[in-house]
Design a protein around this ligand. Structure first.
Ligand SMILES: *[C@@H]1O[C@H](CO)[C@@H](O)[C@H](O)[C@H]1NC(C)=O
Ligand SMILES: *[C@@H]1O[C@H](CO)[C@@H](O)[C@H](O)[C@H]1NC(C)=O
Ligand SMILES: *[C@@H]1O[C@H](CO)[C@@H](O)[C@H](O)[C@H]1NC(C)=O
Ligand SMILES: *[C@@H]1O[C@H](CO)[C@@H](O)[C@H](O)[C@H]1NC(C)=O
Ligand SMILES: *[C@@H]1O[C@H](CO)[C@@H](O)[C@H](O)[C@H]1NC(C)=O
Length: 821
């Protein structure tokens, strides 16, 4: 009995002791997660170094299905995102690897039989320490003081990933080159066939290589961004880019603003370069911010010398020629404006006339392009564009010139001159102007039309063009133009006969919509693409109607953005005024946010937020992103069309207007849509960009609440009421989409979005943010935003009542809002 008791006590003690021991091991293990390794210590497979803030982890891993072991560093949030590998092409066969300092001047990775498989040499130090910093950089220093000089760092030896603080380009001191090299495959980190480098001959630009062939260029650095990557505007506030040209380096790099999400730029083994951001709002996942090459036009030299690629064109017709050039491989002269998907390039139509310092040549602008390869171009940053033109003019071998730096705005400064060939030219959003040297004969009016056609950067227009062109050849050279002679003009005009063919003679079966001034038909192009044909009613053909038509064509010609509907062509024959647009499968925003339960359900909260972001980008582009300041003047959900992927496209530019700052007095009244017009416009007819901001704010609130504002401004009043009671999320209850109570991230994003909407509908125009600021606020959830300033309620006459809102009034407003559903 006693023995049993003793046994029990002993076992208990043993158990306690074991528990204590395990606990001790655990804590010592936790304590051993260090961020550095000193001389005399070692790191074996299974052990890790973790950076001080926990963001990055160094250790051994096996990629994909491989069983081989590599020493690498990964993002702690996602351990299969390895961004640096030490022994890329010297894998370890098993888990016997060990990282250790060897002597005084190298950090080595040893295999099971203690042979060196990888080493980093550095200047000899008696007390070397290797530390994984919170930036992701692995640094060797003498001693563990943070201030001592780094003797070696992993950032100088990039694998396939560029982190904030890293660089691409040339180290002019050492002659070294920083570049990214893709993995060979998902399971094999050894250097693959794709590389990404910063090219520094000509203007700096990033090039993706496949072995020794260029695959994709970002376009030259223009002082602000790489000319072919306008996407950067989405994230440049959080991840600013920097190009450094100094006696010691020519490099590109980027940084991350404090508080922004983790990010990386990676070249994967399929040859795609991508910027990814770890989005914690969506529960943690890598979100793509940019991907290149994006489309066929990004393929290097896709359309050959003097070719011009238009990604929006119908498939098999991406390639055209720059103005004044025709395809080398043209089979018949009639098809001379369309290179059938050939990369054969183009040749000059009329020879230049330049010799002995005398010339009759002139320059034509090719607008909105990614500038051609500048590898063999000469660059002078110190001159104005006008001098550049003179230089090019005076030099018979100069084929084209462009501005090198756009930081000062306007047409830019600096000078790039091309003498051998124009290669890898494409249309791109926010593109630059290329000034092309052409023979005097290209400037005759007779030749004007075909050249306009070539310029046309329009989706599927090439098909129309071909047909039109053939008909043109057959008919007289009668050219109908409502449009001022504008070099940027790029919308082709098509004949009525063609439009009749496409719409089955305006058949009622093809009718898809009807407004006060126009009827919209669906049409089918020969290649199968669907388009929308907007035909002005005869009753609308007043002087004003004609003016609106001309304005719409004029304004649309200068605009290209993924959130604006694209005008493909127009017709102006006799009494016909017709506009041809991309066809939008999902009709317009109003149909879905105010429609029946089924229609509303097609827009979930995420989609609604994306729509709002898209619309904001489109309006911001109108307000200055295109170089001009265009006021739309009639923004409303009915004018926001939705394509088959639910992307918003702002439409109806009949009222739009190029904004001139010195506009004298109140302008002629235009029809405004009640509920969307800004109060100062309704009262005093003052039209500014801030009127569009107001309309955008109303659209935002309507999209999230599913309620119409209406001419009593009921939604705005309701929203202010909720805001004051700190109940603003209640606004979401009327949209008839399930309230996102189980998704706190989404809910806070929606709440923030409503707050931005309220900022946009503030009473005083100068309190309302500019659209560029709205875009920034929507894009970065960490950006501080001001509380909106509550406005007095406005009655339908536009007067401000002395006592803003008592209970009864609010109830009445609520009643009205409910009635509207
Ligand atoms: C690695 O370090 C551990 C203690 O940190 C030591 O016991 C072991 O002997 C070392 N191994 C070698 C091969 O130096
Ligand atoms: C990554 O995490 C998974 C699951 O959490 C684990 O099985 C794997 O061993 C980890 N890999 C590394 C290299 O730590
Ligand atoms: C390295 O640091 C140690 C002390 O931490 C110092 O004695 C030594 O002079 C330093 N320099 C080199 C090159 O080792
Ligand atoms: C490579 O990148 C492209 C573009 O981001 C992506 O679609 C593809 O899935 C990636 N491939 C792998 C194996 O990661
Ligand atoms: C630049 O010149 C070299 C040598 O003449 C030529 O091989 C290369 O294709 C040229 N590059 C471009 C983009 O014109």
């Amino acid at each position: 009995m006693r023995a049993t008791r003793q046994l029990l006590v002993h076992s208990l003690l043993l158990l306690l002791w074991i528990c204590f021991f395990l606990l001790a091991i655990q804590t010592s293990a936790a304590a051993s997660v260090a961020d550095k390794l000193e001389k005399g210590q070692n790191l074996t497979d299974g052990e890790t170094l973790v950076s001080a803030g926990g963001s990055f982890t160094l250790g051994f891993f096996s990629p994909g299905v491989s069983t081989k072991r590599y020493l690498g560093i990964w993002f702690s949030v996602c351990n299969d995102t390895v961004y640096w590998v030490a022994n890329r092409d010297q894998p370890l066969p098993d888990k016997s690897g060990m990282l250790v300092f060897d002597g005084v001047d190298s950090l080595v990775l040893l295999d099971g039989s203690r042979r060196t498989v990888w080493s980093s040499n550095f200047m000899a130090a008696s007390a070397p320490v290797v530390q994984l910093l919170e930036s992701g950089n692995l640094v060797v220093r003498n001693g563990s003081s943070d201030t001592s000089l780094s003797l070696w760092q992993s950032f100088d030896h990039p694998s396939d990933t560029l982190l904030p603080g890293m660089k691409l380009g040339s180290n002019l001191w050492t002659g070294g080159e920083w570049q990214l090299t893709a993995w060979r495959s998902a399971d094999d980190p050894s250097p693959g066939d794709y590389r990404r480098t910063l090219e520094t001959r000509g203007l700096p630009e990033i090039v993706l290589w496949h072995r020794d062939a260029k695959k994709y260029r970002t376009g030259p650095w223009n002082g602000l961004y790489f000319n072919g990557v306008p996407e950067v505007f989405w994230y440049a506030d959080k991840y600013p880019l920097r190009v450094t040209t100094s006696p010691s380096e020519k490099t590109y790099g980027y940084t991350a603003a404090p508080g922004s999400f983790l990010t990386r730029v990676v070249v994967n083994h399929t040859g795609a370069a991508e910027r990814l951001v770890w989005d914690v709002r969506t529960g943690g996942q890598w979100r793509s911010y940019f991907k290149g090459p994006r489309d066929t036009c990004d393929t290097y030299a896709r359309c050959g010398p003097f070719g011009l690629c238009d990604a929006g064109a119908a498939s098999s017709a991406f390639c055209g020629c720059v103005e004044g050039f025709s395809p080398v491989s043209a089979e018949s002269p009639s098809s001379s404006q369309v290179v059938k998907d050939s990369a054969g390039g183009c040749r000059r139509d009329a020879p230049l006339d330049c010799a002995g310092g005398k010339t009759t040549d002139d320059f034509k602008v090719v607008p909105g392009v990614k500038l051609p390869d500048t590898q063999n171009a000469s660059v002078d940053m110190g001159v104005e564009l006008e001098d550049c033109r003179r230089r090019c003019f005076a030099d018979c071998s100069c084929l084209a010139y462009a501005a090198a730096d756009i930081r000062g705005g306007g047409d830019g400064t600096g000078c790039v001159i091309w003498k051998d060939v124009i290669l890898d030219l494409r249309f791109v959003a926010r593109g630059q102007n290329l000034y092309l040297r052409l023979s005097k004969s290209e400037f005759d009016d007779q030749k004007r039309f075909p050249t306009v056609l070539v310029l046309a950067p329009v989706a599927s227009a090439v098909t129309i063009l071909l047909v039109v062109f053939l008909i043109w050849r057959r008919r007289s050279r009668r050219i109908i133009g409502v449009i001022p002679q504008n070099p940027a003009m790029a919308v082709p005009s098509v004949s009525l006969a063609i439009i009749k063919g496409i719409t089955k003679n305006f058949s009622e079966n093809n009718m898809i919509g009807q407004g006060g001034f126009s009827i919209v038909y669906k049409g089918q192009l020969p290649e199968g693409r669907t388009i929308a044909v907007k035909r002005l009613k005869q009753s609308a053909l007043t002087t004003k109607g004609k003016k609106d038509f001309a304005r719409e064509v004029e304004v649309m010609a200068g605009l290209r953005h993924s959130s604006l509907v694209r005008l493909l062509a127009y017709c102006n024959e006799g009494k016909e005024r017709i506009l041809i647009y991309e066809y939008m499968k999902n009709t317009s925003l109003n149909v879905h946010i105010f429609g029946n339960a089924n229609l509303r359900a097609s827009l979930n909260w995420r989609r609604r937020l994306e729509l709002i972001h898209g619309i904001a980008h489109g309006v911001a582009y109108l307000h200055g992103g295109s170089g001009d300041n265009v006021i739309h003047r009639d923004l409303k959900p009915g004018n926001i069309l939705l394509d088959d992927e639910w992307r918003p496209k702002i439409a109806d530019f009949g009222t739009a207007k190029l904004f001139a700052v010195d506009q004298p007095g109140p302008e002629q009244t235009i029809v405004v849509s009640p509920g969307y017009a800004a109060p100062e416009y309704v009262r005093q007819g003052r039209m500014t960009l801030k009127c569009d901001v107001h309309s955008f704010g109303v659209i935002l609130l309507e999209t999230l609440s599913g309620q119409r504002n209406g001419d009593t401004q009921s939604l705005i009043s309701h929203a202010w009421g909720l805001w004051e009671q700190n109940m603003i999320v209640e606004l979401l209850n009327t949209a008839m989409v399930p309230f996102p109570e189980s998704e706190p991230e989404l809910l806070s994003e929606l709440k923030r979005c409503i707050q931005i909407g309220l900022l946009c509908v503030q009473e005083t125009p100068c309190d309302r943010p500019a659209m560029s600021a709205v875009v920034a606020m929507l894009a970065s959830p960490t950006l501080q935003i001001d509380p909106p300033r509550t406005a007095p309620v406005i009655d339908s006459e536009g007067a401000v009542p002395s006592n803003s809102s008592d209970g009864l009034e609010t109830d009445l407003l609520r009643a009205t809002t409910t009635d509207l559903t």
